[in-house]
Design a protein. Structure first.
Length: 420
């Protein structure tokens, strides 16, 4: 693989390496890449594979916000990695722009449905908005095509969903009503108005020594006090009820007219598998918030040539038992982890009944899954070996009703799903 240090920073305009503070983890630095408009070209994907292979741990993580993470980057290689990303347009000019560009764009968008155009307009507006610095960390948007409901489970402070004609629905998280914007431009203005209002409220709370809170909570507090939503000029739009029901992520498989949706075990793609895909298929890749990749325009022969039928690296069938488990980084990759998680999750996967889900978490934070699972195993320090507390129909924060060592669970996997 080619050396990435052949892209000197001096040749990269508009990029300030000092603005990028690396995220440290137990296995080195983590570099998060937000693909521009939610899409990677084959060349960009190949670069990510090369960087993971040459400077990282040989794995890439697909995240629940449709980003791609390189892990295990040695501190002395961080600058080289950023230079290479910048040279392929995979790095924003500064950390502020990257933080504000927190958009989850429906990966199942289709030509002409307006999703990409709206994302581009919102991204441009965010980059020029001067008054959003006080936004709570992780403030984000989602842009849904309306073709499916799979984005409803994805966390977002402001949700934009295509409606009839040119209209868009703009919904704040936690609200049962949405504003109907007749045009994409008005939808962007409404979304920005909500973000500005949130930033102002967050700033006021910080000045009082309070946690800034999320938009949903700030709106609820406002409604409790004023018995109405805040009046914003850009939101003088009609309100209409929206369906708040969520649906599961689309299963891996063929998406008619789009390509192939493929998953990787526990959302982790090996550098070699991604390199093979990107070097044999010239089409784009869309990372999804369901920790899969949509491979644009590929056919059966192309999928075989790209190695997508290799079950060691990829899952392209809804019946693959590994889809029924999730696990966070765990030990040793995460410094907060109380036990390894991934090997245990994969070992137990064949024993998870259809329709059930097992989540293995290295601590109570529950990074890999925020929604409840049929069974959640939460690592806990033990006298001799780490224990896994068992939480049924809850999240990693929930109340446990039992605790076992990993070895016991491997030997008696039926313990976990007896009631099903
Ligand atoms: S859930 Fe805990 S152990 Fe797992 S990645 Fe998150 S912080 Fe680390």
């Amino acid at each position: 693989m080619s050396a990435t240090s052949s892209h000197p920073a001096a040749h990269i305009r508009g990029w300030c390496p000092g603005a990028w503070q690396p995220m440290a983890s137990g296995d080195g630095l983590v570099v998060r890449v937000r693909p521009p408009l939610g899409r990677l070209t084959a060349q960009q994907a190949l670069l990510l594979a090369q960087l993971a292979q040459d400077h990282g741990g040989g794995l890439l993580e697909l995240t629940s916000r449709a980003n791609v993470q390189l892990r295990g980057i040695a501190p002395d290689r961080h600058r080289v990695v950023l230079q290479a990303l910048a040279a392929q347009d995979l790095l924003d000019s500064d950390a502020r722009t990257e933080r504000l560009r927190n958009l989850v764009i429906d990966p199942l968008w289709r030509a002409g449905d307006g999703v990409q155009a709206l994302a581009q307009a919102l991204q441009a507006a965010l980059s020029q908005a001067p008054d959003l610095d006080a936004l709570p960390a992780k403030f984000g948007f989602s842009i849904a095509s309306g073709h499916h409901a799979g984005l409803a489970q994805v966390a977002a402070d402001v949700r934009l969903q295509a409606s009839t004609g040119q209209a868009w629905l703009v919904q704040a998280e936690g609200q049962a009503m949405a504003w109907k914007a007749p045009s994409p431009q008005q939808a962007v203005e409404a979304a920005l108005a909500l973000a500005r209002w949130c930033a102002t409220q967050a700033l006021a709370r910080r000045s009082q020594g309070l946690h800034p809170g999320r938009l949903s909570r700030l709106l609820q507090d406002w409604q409790a006090e004023h018995a109405a939503l805040p009046v914003l000029p850009q939101l003088q739009l009609s309100l209409q009820p929206v369906c708040t029901s969520s649906s599961d992520a689309p299963p891996p498989g063929w998406q008619a007219g789009l390509g192939l949706l493929v998953a990787a075990p526990l959302g982790r793609v090996t550098a070699s598998a991604l390199a093979r895909l990107a070097s044999t298929h010239a089409g784009g890749l869309r990372p999804t918030p369901w920790r899969m990749l949509l491979v644009e325009g590929i056919d059966h022969a192309g999928a075989e040539a790209a190695g997508l039928d290799d079950a060691q690296h990829w899952m392209n069938s809804a019946s693959d038992a590994r889809l029924r488990v999730s696990a966070c980084t765990g030990a040793p990759g995460c410094q907060q982890a109380l036990a390894p998680t991934q090997a245990l999750a994969l070992a137990l996967a064949p024993h998870v009944p259809q329709g059930a889900h097992l989540h293995v978490s290295g601590c109570a934070k529950g990074c890999a899954r925020q929604q409840p699972a049929t069974v959640t195993l939460r690592a806990q320090a033990g006298d001799k070996a780490p224990m896994f507390e068992v939480i049924r129909h809850g999240t990693a924060h929930g109340l446990a009703d039992a605790a076992w060592e990993a070895a016991t669970l491997r030997d008696n996997p039926g313990l976990l799903f007896e009631e099903i």
